[in-house]
Structure formats: C-alpha cells, structure tokens
Design a protein around this ligand. Sequence first.
Ligand code: ADP
Length: 258
Amino acid sequence: MVGDPIRLRQILLNLGANAIKFTLEGSVEFKVATVHRTGDDLSIRLGVVDTGIGITPQQMTRLFLRFSQADASTTRRFGGSGLGLAISKSLVELMGGSIEVESEPGKGSAFWLNLKLPVPLAESEPVVSSHSLAQADSKRLHILIAEDNSVNQLLASMILEQAGHTFEICANGLIALDRAAKYPFDMVLMDYQMPKMDRLEATRRIRESIGPSIPIIGVTADALIDDRGNCLQSGMNDYLAKPYRAEQLIEVISKWSG
Ligand code: ADP
C-alpha cells in the first residue's frame, strides 16, 4: 500500500513515546490490523497500546487540544509540551484518517489510527516492509535492548516487533547486567552512551557473568574505527552504526542468531 512514511513515522513516534513515557511498569505494544479492502483502497488500523497510567474521562475531553496536559502534576512528573497529540491528530487528518482513544485510568491506554491507503496497481512493487522484514529472519528471538534514548528505544522496538522478535528494554547498563544475568535472552543490543555504566563496561560484565555464548551487538553513534575496536575488545560480537536502517538491524541480528 502507499502511505506517507514520514508523517506516519512521526505520528507513531509521538504515540509510542507517550506510551513509553506514561507506562512506568508493564508493556507497550504496536498493533496492525487490516480492516477491509474496497477496490483500490485498504483500510487499516494501527494501534499503540500501553498498560500505563491511563487517562480519565475528564482529561479525555481536552486530550487533543494544543498545550493540553492531563494536569499540572503531569508536567512536573513527566515533562512534555502538550503538543504531541494535537500534532499527531492534525497529521492523521491530513492523511484523510482519524485517531481514536480508549483508556481506563490505572489500566492503560490504546491509541488507534484509522487510515485508508491506496494499494498500488503494480502489486509487484516492494511495498509493505513489515512483510519483508518478517521474512528476512524467520527465527524468533528474545532480545534485550539496552538503550537510554526513548526515541531510539522505540525505533529498535518497532523494527524488532515487525520482524517477529520479542524484547525487553532497559535504560542503563546496571539494569542490563541484572536482566541479562537473570533471564535467558538470545541476544543483547547494547547502545553507546548509557548512563550509570557505559556499554563497554556493561558488555565486559555480562561476559564475566554469563559467558561468551550470548551475542552482543553494539550500537554506536559514530563510525570511528577505534570505537569499533573498543566494541569488539570489550567482548561485543559486532556493531551497528547509527543511524541504521531497519534492514541493517535485521541483518546483523540474523547473522548472529545462529
Ligand atoms: P506531551 O508533550 O505533554 O506528552 P501530548 O499532546 O503528546 O503532549 O500529550 C498530552 C497529554 O495527554 C499528556 O501530557 C498526558 O497527560 C496525556 N497522554 C498522552 N498519551 C498518554 C498515554 N499513552 N497514557 C497516559 N496519558 C497520556
């Protein structure tokens, strides 16, 4: 199908970043559902579903207004400008779609985008990337994402989700070490600048505590040769330079998935 990837990415990033921000514990899921096909159009629903703090009916009435936040304590606790949802709504409407919210305070929220996208006449053109991503690596893995930036967390998680992998995100090296020691992950994606313990140190300590078998892929912000050397020396199996494309992440994962 044909869509506007830049607008769509911005909307999903906004919704995903909110979901992560307002979910202190639990999960955030991205969902895709095809509603139906009419002629050359495909109606799809994309959902960002979280188990976070939720939204009260009273807050709901002001949700999409510019500069609106649930209340002053939200601003103090979570930061933000109150612009993200207003912008997301405008973008969805520019694409001829709509946005729906379901939420229960204390239980979580679901934001759904309803879009009608034309299907290209030449079906042979490469179109739905989620399909080709899923095919690129058929082995399902459970991956630990050690990454402190919420947008990068979201990008990595969207790519892994599309490729059929499951994952857990942790925002610093100490937690990464703890989780990797306790749970049987198939692989670790280790980011460059993590607070508390940097990724080289975290990698060394994961190697010390759980050994050489788990593949650790470093994600580096710069492509300096030295830096690559440091990654490998610390015990990482491989590295990926940011910004990376979805295919590159999938490729390096499948290379090390055994
Ligand atoms: P902000 O920059 O403050 O996040 P948004 O327009 O994106 O601005 O969101 C407005 C307000 O809506 C937020 O401050 C929050 O109170 C509420 N909100 C948005 N998404 C969620 C969510 N997933 N869970 C709970 N509350 C949310």
